[in-house]
Design a protein around this ligand. Sequence first.
Ligand code: 26Y
Length: 819
Amino acid sequence: AKFVSQEVPRDEVSILNSVFSHLAYTFHKNPSNTEAMDAYNGIAFTIRDRLLKRLEDTDSHFISINAKRINYMSMEFLIGRTFDNAMLALGLRKEYSAVSNTLGFNLEDLIDEERDAALGNGGLGRLAACFVDSMACCNYNGWGYGLRYRYGMFQQQIINGYQVEAPDCWMDNPNPWEFPRPEISYKVKFYGNIAKTPSTSSGYTWENAVEYDVMAFDTPVPAFGTKNVGNIRLWSCKTNDLFDLNRFNAGDYPGATGNMVAADILTYVLYPNDNQNAGKELRLKQEYMFVSATIQDIIHRFKLTGKPWSEFHELVAIQLNDTHPTLGIAELQRILVDEEAMSWDAAWDIVTKSFAFTNHTILPEALEKWPVPMMGKILPRHLGIIFDINLFFLQHVEKSIPSEREFLSRISIIEESSPQQVRMAYLAIVGSHRVNGVAQIHSDIIKATIFSEFVKVFGSDKFVNVTNGVTTRRWVNQCNPGLSALITETVGDESWVDDYPKAHLLESRVNDEDFRKRWWDVKQANKLRLATYIKDTCGITVNHDALFDIQVKRIHEYKRQLMNILGVIHRYNTLKKMTPEQRQDQVHRVIIFAGKSASGYYIAKLIIKFINSVADVVNNDKDIGDVLKVVFIPDYCVSAAEVIVPASDISQHISTAGTEASGTSNMKFVMNGGLILGTVDGANVEIAEEVGDDQIFMFGVLAHEVDEFRFNLRYHPDPLDANLQAVYDTIKSGVFGNPDEFNPLVECSHGPGDNYLVSVDFASYLMAQDAVDALYKDRESWITKSILCGSRMGKFTSDRSITDYAENIWNIEPSAVDA
Ligand code: 26Y
């Protein structure tokens, strides 16, 4: 008999029985004392059983055929909730809905019992979650590797308009979606010193280090339309071996647990910085702990195949999600030369054939650099290896392209500052066989700017583009049941969910009156759902017949939420000057913001406060009424996005050209029938190519013009735009509160302080907004655009992104487990 050999039964009665069994034996509950949380847990554990079975099957399948495996290394996985996603993937949502009714609950309410797994900041972390979903759905042997943070992304409260951070205690509830794997654990070392020794092939060993035990937790990734299941392996510190027995026996209990606390702290908390590097020692330790356990695990699994090292890269692909796991390059090289008796060159060949690196930003403040003294203290052997990698690299460059010292110092992995710094992106480039950006414009920019010298050294072919994508399972099928039903009806079945280009069939119905009405009704229903959410979370009543204008994303100067709210003040000024009749004639709008700011990011936090101050005034102005409402929804997270995204008429993606690598919510909004107001930046460019330039509202200066405009602002400023001046006058009048408080925002949106060109783009932004109003008045044209855009988004599924990676970077084929 094979262990869990049978697929767990799928009929309602069997499911109900297993729910009862979990309620009784896992949770000590009976039908009379089962509350919503218990019902959620009981049900979720039956899904967990089904996922475990599939995880086992998938793993044995790939082991049996010696399949190459993708190891997607990411410090962040912004998963969100799993319950609904898993029911849909298993094709059992109807059955579970009936089962929860039998238990006396509404399935939608149970879904709300689940807390988000928010182990990520924003785009990069959510992308990693979409990618593991797609790897599983497309039948690739792909695992995510990451850290199991005790506290995920902080919870954001808005108090008196200010962001206040509270810890995200997501582990306080039982987590049905993870499997502790205490038998899978590795030692990770820190500190100590290197000693010269003849006993290793490299001549070095790493001595006197402090050792921690790191243990695996597996989170299966439900996959739609296949029996394959993916996995995210998250590492956590084990503290049991760190008990100081001498101190314990002497009665010094706090002292005896000192090391345990130190170890625990390693995976305590996710750094809440998005695109802003803090360079903290604890973060470096997190990165190394993550990397070391992962590389050891990869090697362990490779050794089970019995294949020679020379075939490592044929069985293993390692993708670095930005530079955060880049130490993996030094760690693999270290293990090969110090512990596996391999020559430097043979080891380096294996390393560079296995690793590939994705860059997600060109913002200088986001690029990771570690001070050499800090790295030398915590990871002395790795620092030595990085210096050697750099030495051989620079020697190679000197030989192949005779160049001046200046050139060598520009491309050196070690920056000659004081103290010296390790440039992690450069290490990632040198140690990888491919480097990619995340949208075409971004990939072009990195080749032309921050990595241009490396294009000279390695040639252009090493640098490729893989345009981001999002999973249509969560971002259409799950979050928008109304729209999904329409697509399913049009396509004839659910095959579009994992074959999204099929959504193009919607276009054939663009002139069908009945279809158009239903398309509109779906949007209105989603807006009503969001209006209810806004009422519940902010206490503000909004009319869902108004145009919903949404900007939700991390708060950052480069994303220009500030330009949006200055535009709102302009709209407010304009409305105030009108007669009541004229006002009622205007397009009614609800302007919706949400997003978190890094805790130490002063200007971003001030922007949040400013938005809330403006909202207070506008929303309570009797003259304005329903014509304009401004809302800041607190605690933006994945599950909030699932309510917000389907409800947009317009969403704003208005970064200064050249600064947003891709953006991924832009894709989600358009798939859900929203139009875009955006700059010529990131994935907006490719979305416009796909849906047609004239379908979306684009404005603003182009990426290649940005430097010149910055220069002009500094040295030859144009006179200030009259509308923007009027907005500043309103702020200075004090209507929104003490103008001094908001003066820094005035200063960073015009003149020499205007780094992100708010004042330069403001006029064209307002014109684009006028065009939005004009089109919304013409409802039939609006609906046409919305349908055409929604039907032309086939390119932006993450299934396509993953297939691009598989074909151009990983060299790997899919394989489905036996059905
Ligand atoms: C080093 C540390 C402070 C750091 C932590 C997080 C640096 C960067 C980040 C996160 C970056 C990020 O989320 N970048 C976003 O990646 C998305 C997926 O590729 C892009 O769509 C988006 O444009 C980019 O800002």
